[in-house]
Design a protein around this ligand. Structure first.
Ligand SMILES: C[S@@+](CC[C@H](N)C(=O)[O-])C[C@H]1O[C@@H](n2cnc3c(N)ncnc32)[C@H](O)[C@@H]1O
Length: 273
């Protein structure tokens, strides 16, 4: 569908407000046509021909939470690939993590918007290559159940494989144009559904040493980023690191984490004391 169903400024305001409240994803007034285009196919699929009726469904129906999850798929690009922004992960696993593990027997790493699983697989592969996998608990979460189900399957093709680092030969088993994650690597990752804008859900994860939260904050407005970063900082153990995407600097927010550069990549660190 091109264009989408009509979306008046008044309905846009309540619909965009509900989406931001529930998912954190921000649409500014000038994005009205974009939102209409993205949301209309789901609205029609659910049997509605008006976005106001769809809003009432999202707001008041018992199945609204499930529909909001599905909507997240339509609103956010799930784009990811094995080895994405690899330098940052390599420095984490090759330099920063061994330093942390010198002070504690085990560490917990959380890939907090893991999409279809390429990021946690990359982490598991890098950790295995360094002989560190058995000392790390890997958690991976996303707001969308659909992408999590794909992540758990560990079957990759097409764009997911477009920038494979040479080391990925060890992490994957190839069958024509498809690659399957090694079962022992995948089994080390525990997947769960989690909405990052829900501070209570973040608290339930418990304390972690590293949060990898890349290429999702771009969908949130500044006030949402601030509160998400606050709950992620609270989840970090002293000396722990928060990793964001290359285009997602947190410097303008100040806050409790200090920005450090290691090997050309940026990391936000919680005070070790
Ligand atoms: C572009 S992907 C990023 C994947 C991976 N971190 C990377 O950098 O390649 C963004 C992911 O954020 C997820 N997402 C969007 N809003 C979210 C929220 N409120 N809580 C948790 N995940 C969310 C989407 O479902 C999507 O899978």
């Amino acid at each position: 569908m091109t264009g989408g169903l009509p979306l008046s400024p008044a309905v846009f305001a309540i619909l965009a407000g509900l989406i931001e409240q529930e998912l954190g994803i921000h649409f500014a007034a000038e994005d009205r046509d974009l939102l209409a285009t993205k949301i209309s196919p789901r609205c029609i699929d659910r049997g509605f021909d008006s976005l106001l009726d769809y809003y009432y469904f999202l707001r008041y129906d018992a199945g609204a939470m499930l529909e909001l999850e599905r909507l997240a798929d339509a609103l956010v690009v799930n784009e990811t690939y094995i080895g994405r922004e690899l330098d940052q992960l390599s420095v984490l696993v090759g330099v920063l993590l061994p330093e942390l593990l010198a002070t504690r027997p085990r560490a917990r790493i959380w890939s907090a918007a893991c999409s279809t699983g390429e990021e946690p697989l990359t982490l598991a592969g890098l950790l295995d290559d360094r002989g560190l996998l058995s000392r790390v608990e890997l958690i991976a979460s996303d707001v969308s159940e659909r992408v999590l189900n794909l992540a758990k399957e560990g079957c990759f093709s097409g764009r997911a494989l477009r920038a494979l680092p040479p080391a990925a030969e060890r992490w994957l088993r190839f069958d024509g144009a498809t690659a399957r994650a090694r079962r022992d690597l995948l089994d080390r990752v525990s997947f769960q559904r989690l909405n990052l804008t829900d501070p209570e859900a973040v608290r339930r994860i418990g304390k972690v040493d590293v949060v990898v939260c890349r290429n999702v904050l771009i969908y949130f407005r500044d006030s949402t980023i601030k509160s998400v970063v606050q709950s992620l900082s609270d989840a970090l153990n002293p000396g722990g690191y928060l990793l964001v995407g290359a285009s997602e600097s947190l410097l303008r927010f100040g806050g409790a984490l200090s920005c450090e550069e290691h090997g050309g990549a940026f990391f936000y660190r919680k005070d070790p004391t």
